[in-house]
Each structure stands twice: as C-alpha cells, then as structure tokens.
Design a protein around this ligand. Sequence first.
Ligand code: TXA
Ligand code: MG
Length: 330
Amino acid sequence: MNVGLKTQILPVDEVALAAAARCLADGGLVAFPTETVYGLGADANNPAAIARLYQAKGRPSFNPLIAHVFDLEAAQRIGRFDPAALRLAEAFWPGPLTLVMPKVIDCTVADLATAGLDTVAVRVPVHKVARQILRAFAGPVVAPSANLSGHVSPTNASHVSSDLAGRIDLIIDGGPVEVGVESTIVGCLEAPMLLRPGGVPREQIERVLGHPLRQPTLDAESDTSQPLAPGMLASHYAPRSRLRLSAENIEPGEALLAFGPSLPPGADGARAVMNLSARRDLTEAAANLFGYLRALDARAARAIAVMPIPQDGLGEAINDRLRRAAMGRE
Ligand code: TXA
Ligand code: MG
C-alpha cells in the first residue's frame, strides 16, 4: 500500500502548479480541484502510476477512469469524435461534461485506465487550476474523484486529506469547488446515451442535440450495444449512516438534510439540520450536497432523512447521488 507517504498540501501558486506537473511526470499522484469535485490525478500514459492510483483509492476493481485534457484538440488525439460528440464538445467544453468514445488507434492512454475497454472517457475541465495543471503537464491526466472508494466525492481539500493523506503525494488546495456533483457522462458510440447525470443538466444537452438522450437500460434483452458506465452499478456514494429519502417527517434521533424554506414536522427534534438550499436553488444544493452529507454522517444519527428534491436541472444528478448513497454499501 501507499500508506505512509508524506502528503504535501499546497495552496495554489506558481510553485504549487509546477510541483503538480513535475509530480505527475514522475509518476506521482496529485489531487487537484476541478469545477465538479476534486480529482486524484495520474499520468494517463503511465500504467505504474495508474496502478498506484487504484491502490491509493482502495478501488476494489479496475473501474475505468476519465482522461482529462486541456482542449478539444488534445481530446481528439485520444478519442474518435462522431458528429454528435463534436457538437457536444463544442457546446460544453471546457466544462462538466465527459464523453465516452471509441479510442483512436494509437491512443496512448494506458489500458489499465480504460479497464481494457476499446472506449475512452474524456473531459476538458473549466476550473482554472485544473487547466493550469493540464497545460503545464502537457498530456492526458486520468482523475477519478479524490476520495477513498465507497466515500462521497470531495468538494474541498480537507475532504481529500481526510480520505487520502498518507496515500498520495500532493494536494493542491484551490478552495471549495463550484458545481459539487461529478460531470455528466454521455456515451457517444451510437445514439448519444446518458451514462451518468451530472454537472451539465440533461435538458441542456438535449437542446444542443435536438433530440432526447437515450437512457441506459439494465435489461439484458435490450438492443443496445453500448456498455453502461461500469462503475455506475456500484454503490459509490455511501455514507455510514442510513439515508431515508423523500422524508415528509423527521423521526427521533434522525438528522435532517433539508431543501427549501419550510422544514417537515419533527425537524425541531432533529439531531442536526443542514439545508441544501433554503431558497430552493438546485445549483446551490448541488454545491452543498457532498459536504453536507459528510458533515451529517459525522453526527452518528440513527439515519439521515432527506427532503424531496425536484428532478429538473441539476436535481437529476442530486437525486441520482442520493439514491446511490441510500443503497448503502455492498
Ligand atoms: O466530475 C468528474 O467526472 C470527476 C472529476 C474529478 O473530473 N471525476 C469522476 O471520476 O467522477 P470517477 O472515476 O469517480 O467516475 C468516472 C466514471 C465511472 O463511473 C466510470 O465507470 C465511467 O466514468 N467511465 C470511465 N470510462 C468509461 C468508459 N470507457 N465507458 C463507460 N464508462 C466509463
Ligand atoms: Mg468517484
């Protein structure tokens, strides 16, 4: 294991950015902010670095990783864009959208990072620090969320260090992230398919495409030849406490994850209350989601009761993560 490493934590400045690029080039593991969540980066072309990355996260299986690149041109050196993929890249990059595409023939991304698939997930982040690191490193960087496997994704540097201190080389502290849920993943192999709801709402993607996204199905009889995002079946976001969704009342001993201006009956007796957005703003709610889940989980409540969240816009990604958290650990 990597346990026992000395993990450096640096605030963002020129020195830190150069150190990050150097560390990646040396096969090291660097956590850095993106607009969605903090990522744990490794050189996408270096299998040994990627093996260390899986080990540091304690990922039980080799779930494929997203390759982060500086721009569309760099993305085209990795993945084969069809017209829909190109349209989506032009509309939403840089930003919280990941595209899954066939690898180009001479794709340099290590097989370990793509779990042996002949497809690759690519994203061009918009966060300034992520972009500076990608430019300085000048190559693709694979970066899963910078949390231990089974924990919620980190939305600030202290979440990262509480999960990964001693297991990785460097953490670049760029403050809290803006979006708060991971990127939307769209499979562009045949008809574009929503593999994971995320930071770009489905409605915006469908507006650019001019038609609805296909929905992945677990039905073995289905005619789709597109693989699911392999990691989507696992319970990735499980807090220790049980989650009770769409709660209309609060039971004794429960903590409350609220949404909106009025709290349900029993809220007065809650062990702790955190409101994702008192003004019912889904963008604010997404940004608060993982941090509040971590905070409430630390209160050792009987359960975390979660008020209903609307399904539109970022609500789809929020509800997706809450459902996964509620499934508990395997
Ligand atoms: O916002 C994000 O996407 C963050 C930041 C750090 O960029 N990253 C992130 O990575 O969420 P991770 O590893 O936690 O999730 C990546 C997801 C997994 O569910 C994985 O199965 C899927 O992407 N994925 C990766 N490559 C794939 C491929 N070739 N085909 C289908 N799904 C793939
Ligand atoms: Mg993750």
